[in-house]
Write a protein that binds this ligand. Structure first.
Ligand code: UDP
Length: 150
């Protein structure tokens, strides 16, 4: 069964260009509950470790520099089928290939500065969420059953 959380980052370019509000509107309109959120500045070692899967790619060093170029907004998003639905909402990695209406089509400037990150699997959604947030920073909506509703 697909998981109910995904992890996102609003990347430095989108933060600098005042796109936090419009991006959060798109996320809310798509039915995601924001279960945790904060603005932080990544260190180089944190950015390198977050994207370590790409460490041998030619774009890696530039990507790390971009990710530390300003604050980011990290958030945990909750919804049924969260990972896949959020990947659909953000669109293709390359904004020129992203569908109209997707977050990357609307707010990305380039493949690197593509506005947002979205986890690519339930396992990574868990790992990324655990890395950024402590238990007391998470506020998940609990689905009530008909028996527990008053
Ligand atoms: N990226 C880049 N150049 C590339 C491909 C990717 O700078 O040629 C960056 C881009 O910001 C992307 C991130 O590396 O979001 C991670 O790449 P991935 O292929 O995992 O794409 P995503 O899962 O973010 O769509």
């Amino acid at each position: 069964m697909a998981g109910t959380i995904t992890f996102t980052i609003i990347k430095p370019g989108a933060v600098k260009n005042e796109h936090i509000g419009p991006i959060l509107d798109k996320i809310s309109d798509a039915g995601f509950h924001i279960a945790a959120m904060k603005m932080v500045q990544l260190s180089r070692s944190e950015a390198r470790s977050f994207y370590c899967i790409h460490k041998d790619k030619p774009f890696f060093e530039d990507l790390v520099e971009f990710m530390v170029s300003g604050p980011i907004v990290a958030a945990i998003l909750q919804k049924e089928n969260a990972v896949d639905d959020f990947r659909k909402l953000i669109g293709n990695t390359d904004p020129t290939k992203a569908e109209p209406g997707t977050i990357r089509h609307m707010f990305a400037k380039s493949v690197q500065a593509n506005a947002v990150h979205g986890s690519d699997s339930d396992e990574n959604a868990q790992k990324e969420s655990e890395y950024f947030f402590a238990g007391y920073e998470k506020f998940f909506e609990v689905k009530k059953t008909s028996c527990s509703e008053k």
